[in-house]
Write a protein that binds this ligand. Sequence first.
Ligand code: NAD
Length: 249
Amino acid sequence: MLEGQTILVTGASGGIGAAIVRQLAAEGARPIIHYGRDKAGAEALLSEVGGKGWIMQADLSSDQGAFDLWEKSVAAAGRINALVNNAGIRTEISIEATPSDWKSAWQREFQINFFAAADLSKEAIRHFKENGGGRIVNIASRAAQRGYAADAMPYGATKAALVNLTKSIARSFGADGVTAIAIAPGWVRTDMAEEFIATHGKAAAVADIPIGEMAAPNEVAELVAFVLRPGQASLNGATLDVNGGSYIR
Ligand code: NAD
């Protein structure tokens, strides 16, 4: 379904990002596998999917990281057809924290989860406009829509901003052949969820999920591949929920 497409996936060496890469490659796309630190993981993933694609390092916590990543990706791949903003962190910070810890947690969370995605989107939109169109998929969160926990408020705020960016792109650039979709998962079984479970226990995570289970990374990955099918243009601007019924809008 995705033959001939080159797709940049951020934070792709593990977790949901790696599942997305596997699914996109299985459907014929060539992935650009972005990683922050885990070069071995990115290399192993590229060879697992048959070696057709690229790995690309960039630190998205730095000011220039996203711009460098886009530039290197275009230099290596030429035409890019889609961008999946998947990289993200989830920081626990309490209102009892010192002002300096509080500020730095909020700033780092916004830099990685939102500013890097906005910078990549800026460059991607320009590239897509000049080259016949393209798609942006933003991995947001249920937290974007329903608000979030007292000890992780920055996370929900960054994801809400990402959903809003998705809507603005959808409204602004559809006429140029550029469409954008947000995906909003509840808990997904990855390292991010394991960290939460280690501190708070699994029951705390699944208590309000009617199906009683976290999503598998592949459930998100299949949806990403689906929304990138050339025929799915009218999903432009949508936010798709993947939360087991824990937040129904
Ligand atoms: P993960 O921790 O396994 O993966 C996050 C990825 O982001 C990693 O590959 C990491 O290298 C990358 N990253 C983080 N900081 C970076 C930096 N400074 N520079 C470059 N890369 C950096 O987590 P995941 O669960 O696979 O999360 C993927 C996305 O899905 C995130 O945006 C997350 O917020 C979102 N999400 C996850 C869940 C969940 O329950 N796991 C739920 C909803 C949304």
